[in-house]
Design a protein around this ligand. Sequence first.
Ligand code: ZN
Length: 520
Amino acid sequence: MADIDISLYNTVTEGKATILFPKSNEVFYNPVQEFNRDMSIAAIRTWSEMFLQEKRDRINKKLVKAKTEEERAKMNEYLEQQINPNNFNILEALAATGLRSIRYAKEIPNLRQVVANDLLEDAVESIRRNTIYNQLDENLVRANKGDAMRVMYDTVGTEEKYDVVDLDPYGSASPFVDGAVQAVSEGGLLCVTCTDLAILTGSMHPETCFGKYNGMPLKRTFPHEMALRLLLQQLQTSAGRYRRYIVPMMSCSIDFYIRVFVRVYTSPNEVKKAASKIGVIYECSGCHSFAIQPLGKIDIKDNGSERHTPGSGPPVGQFCEHCGNTHHIGGPAWIAPLHDKTFVSNMLQHVKNNEKDYGTNVRMKGMVSVIQEELDEPCYWTLQRICGTLHCTSIPMLDLYSALLNAGYKVSGSHCNPQTLKTNAPASVVWDVLRAFIKKHPVTMANISENSPARKILAKEPSFEVDFTRHPDAKAESRNCVRYQVNPTANWGPKARAGKKQKTVHESSKAEQEEPSVEK
Ligand SMILES: [Zn+2]
C-alpha cells in the first residue's frame, strides 16, 4: 500500500469494502445504490448455495451408479473438489470504480474470482488501487480493461463461461444482453440493472422503448411491472437464439431502476415454451381493465407429450366490455412468473440470518417479504386508478381484499407500488366489488360526464352478493415490515451524467460502454 498516496482520495466504506475515490471527482459515490449492491450480494449468495448443492447432487447421483472402485474414487475426488471453496466466478462487465466487485470479493463465500472489467484505463486503475487497498489478492479481483461485449463474446464456443454475469450500466443494459446470455454458465446467474425507466415505463417515447427492448410499454397503471416484463422478454428472446432459456429468480422494481436476477440454462425443448411465456397485454384506455394474450399455447396430449400451437384470442373485444373504450397494447412482454418462490424464500431467510452483513437489511426484508407474497398473475390494479375511474371515495384496501377473498379469489399487493391489487379475479368481479362498495358510499353522478367509464360501469348491478366481512388473509404478513421506501434522500435519483468538464470514471466509462461497437 506504500505506493498509494491516501491524501489524494476520499474514502467510502460500504459493507466490508472501503473504496478510494479521487478527491478531484465531484460525482463519485451514490449511496442510494447501496441497496442494489446489498440485494445483489444476498441474491448471489442465495443462488450460489443452490448452484453448489445442485452440482453436488448431480455428482452424488453418478456416484451411486459408479460400477468400479476406481470410478467411485474418481467421482469422490471430483465431489471433494466441488465441495471445496473457490467454486464459481463472477464477471462484472461494467465495473467502474470496482466498489461492487470488491464487495463481492469480500462478502461472497466460495468465490474463486471476480473479473472487474471496464473500458477505461482510469477505471481499471481504480479497481487495481482499491483491490490493493482492501488487501485482496489480485487473482481474486482481476481487473480487466476491455470492451464488455468483447469480453462476453470471448466465452462463445468455449467452456470458459462466467457463473455470474453482472450488468449494471448507466442507462440501458439492452446493448449488452446478447453477449451476456451467452457468457453465463449452465444454471448460472445473470444480474441485470436498467436505469432508463423513463424509456422502459413509456413515460415518454414508447417507440424508443420498442427500439431498445422490442416491446411497447404501458405507462398508465403498472408501468414498473411492465418494465420488468419487457426486460425479461428481451432476455428470453436473446437467450432463445442460442437454445437457452431464462428462469427469473427475482425481479425488482427499485427507486429509479429495475434489477432482475435470472438463471440461464440450455435446452431446445424449454426454448419451445418461450412463446407461451410471452404475450401481449391489453389495457383499456378508459377504465384500465387489462387482459393478457399469450403468443403461444401448450396442450398436453393423451400420451403426456406437449403440443405447441399459436395462442387463441383476442381476450378482449374491439371495445372494452366494461366501459366501451378502446385498448392500448403493450408488449410483447414476459407473462410467466417474475420470481421463483423457493429462491425468494431462501433469500429472505438468508437476509434474516445475516442482518449484520447488510446496511440496508430493514428495507431488504421488507421488499423481499412483499415479493414473497406476490401472486404470479401478471399486472395489477391500483386503488388510485380504480377509484379515480369511478370517482368514488377510496375503498379501504382490506375491504377490497376481503371481498375478493370471500368470493373465492386470491389477492396480493405488488412490490412495485403500495396500494396495489394483484388477483386472479376477472375484471368483471373487481368492478362488481366496487359497485357494491359504491352502493354503501354513493357517488355524486351529477359530477360525472355523460361518456365517462364510471357511468357505463355503474349502470350495471353487481352480479353476485359481495361480502365485505373482514377476511383473515386480507392483511398481509409483510405489513409488519418496512414495505415501501420513501425517498431516501433529498434530490435523490441517479447521479447526473457528468458534464464534459467533470466527467468521472464512473459516469464516463459506463456511458461510453453503452456503445459497444465503437472502437475506442
Ligand atoms: Zn374499459
